[in-house]
Every structure is written in C-alpha cells, then in structure tokens.
Write a protein that binds this ligand. Sequence first.
Ligand code: PMP
Ligand code: GLN
Length: 388
Amino acid sequence: MVRSPGAARIGGLDETIFDEMSALAVRHDAVNLGQGFPDVDGPDEVVEAAVDALRSGRHNQYAPGGGIPSLRMAIAGHQRRFHGQEVDPDTEVLVTTGATEAVAAALLAMVDPGDEVVALDPYYDSYTAGIALAGGIRVPVTLPPPDFAFDVDRLVAAITPRTRLLLLNSPHNPTGIVLSRDDLAAIAEVVVEHDLLVVTDEVYEHLVYDDHEHVPIATLPGMAERTLTISSAGKTFALTGWKVGWAVGPPPLVKATRAVKQFLTYSSGAPLQPAIAGALDLPDSYFAGLSATMERRRDLLVDGLVGLGMEVTVPAGGYFVSGDIRPLGFDDGLAFCRMLPEQVGVAAIPHQVFWDDPATGRHLVRWSFAKRSSVLEAGLDRLAALAG
Ligand code: PMP
Ligand code: GLN
C-alpha cells in the first residue's frame, strides 16, 4: 500500500467550496450567486494601464519582493486618504498575491505550532487552512445566527495564556457584519491587556452600506504597533482575478510577513502593480459610487430572497447575504447547494463549511449580490421554483 502523500497538517484540507460550487454552476449553466466575484470588469482606465504596462517592456520581469515603489506609495496614500493612517511605504507596506497570500504569510510568520489563534466564527476558509498550515490551534469567537452580533465577552472567554494572535475580518465574510467603533474599542482593550497581535482582513473596506462605517482597528489607540492590516484590489476594483493584495503594519510585522511571502511567491503580477497604483488614486467619487451600486444590488437580492419566503440577515457590508432555508422546506445547506445548480439553475454557498461547529450554520446559505441587476433578477426568477 502506498503511504498517504498528505502531511497530517493538511489532512482536513480539500477542494474549496468555491471551486466545487463554481464548477457545478458551469456544468449546469447556472446563475452563479456562490463564489464572490463581480460579473463585470473593473474601471476601464485601470485595465488600460495594465495593457500599457504589459506593452511598455518595463514591467514583465520580477517585481521587487515587497512590491513596486509606486504601488507601495499609493497604498500608503490610500490609508491616509480613507483612514487617516500614516504608514511608511518602504518599511510598513508589503504587496502580496491577493489578501489570501497576505493572510497565509502572516499566519506562518507569527504563529508557532501549538499557539492559539482566536478568530471570528464563522471563518473565511483560508483562515482555517492558514492556521492549520502554521500548526496553530483555532479558537472560535462565535457570531451566533440569526443576527451574528459580536459579543466581547465571548472574546474574553476565548483567550488563554497560549493565545498568540487575534484574526479579525470586517466587513465580515460570510455574515456581512461590520464591527462598530465600539466593538473595535472593546476588542482593542482586550488585545492590549493580553498583549496580543492582530491580523485584520479588510478586503471589503469600501463595501459598507447604510450608515455603517468601516474603521480599521489599527487606527485605534495602542493598536498600530501590534496590527497587520490586510486588503486587496480584488473587491475594491472588481478585479478579483488579478490577485493584487497588500499588508500594512509596523516594520517588525511587515518584515516577518515579507520574509515568509518571499518563499511563497517572491512577487507576482508585475504589470498589474502599476495599474493598481493608479486605481488607488481614483477620485473619491469612484469609491462612493461602488458602495452605492452594491447597496442597491444588496437590496434587490435581499428583497427577492425575502419574497421567496427566506429569512435573511441584511448585511451591513461585503458581498453576501445569508438566508435561512428552513422556511422553504430544507434544512441542510450543503445538500441544498449541491442540488441547486442542476435542479434550479442557481449556485450558492452553504454556510456550514465556515463554522467551527457546522451544525450552527447548517440551515444557512450564502448568496452573493456582486452581480449585475439583470443577473440577480434572473437568479431570483429561477429560485421562484422553490417557493412555488
Ligand atoms: N478575505 C476575505 C474575507 C475574502 O472574502 C476574500 C475573497 N473574496 C479574500 C480574503 C481573498 O482575497 P484575494 O482574492 O485578494 O486573495
Ligand atoms: N472570497 C471569495 C468568496 O468568499 C472566494 C475566493 C476564492 O474562491 N478563493 O466567495
């Protein structure tokens, strides 16, 4: 018998739920409301800038490991413009292959085997994988359905002498909650008291709705020196396939993350980097227009799902709305999502794959509204078959 080739560390890792559901969507020609990617390209001028860079003959070899200087400067300018955060583009900014690489490199850089990593539960899938790769132990701070409210007492209860790091995500995938300034202040107090590091994934920083506000925890007192903030061009510029991301933080955290990142990819997307530098300098109206458009699409999808009889939690930010499928006569989201593309012609993502205890999210399904209104309407039309 051949020995299993997989290391024990990766024993639980398999094809991502996004690949599984997108493949089903393609096979059955379904409307894909599953994997979170927009169905239109980002701004023309950003795409043109990449084409120019490809043709210029100056951007087709390795970019520096930390990212090209103009992009690092643009990231620093973006943090100043939108968040009032001052970072040194040379020592406090790192360009990565999407937020995914930044998260993985940060966890590998900061977590030793046996260290506990506290994270909001449900977790985005790459966090569980990244913690496992680092040999860490994940400890949930559950956001209980149906409203997914954050409760700082749960955070306090999760901390032990072995806690090394708090991994945050706001706006949050999959729940759509946005941590308020008060939540963040309470978190900061706990983090400082226990002398923890914070890695915060803020890829949906520009996708915040109604009167909610995105506050980077790094801007709270005492947090800048212990926080690595991660974001990405994917969501902000509707260019998820470019995989240009970044991390900003104090020099020791950026240096450690960079040390690991060098040996994951070294660098990537050389001709895309100058284009994203330009994108980050787009006027405020671009960013405001993006959230306004997405808010309308959120409303369209929320109203449509409610109209079908689903109980939904209205998201304050991000790309996704979570719905309880029990009123439709189903109770297992995974089975439901495996059936849906073929039977109904729509793809979605089951919540249970994101939860520490899958039973907590069994009745929930995640739907993406990062699609044109006509596509959302087509998906809702097909879903009407479930209600009827
Ligand atoms: N973090 C969160 C919370 C996400 O939802 C995603 C993907 N949409 C990522 C990270 C991955 O970002 P990227 O595509 O830039 O690697
Ligand atoms: N972040 C995207 C989502 O949550 C998926 C990205 C991916 O497939 N890795 O849908």
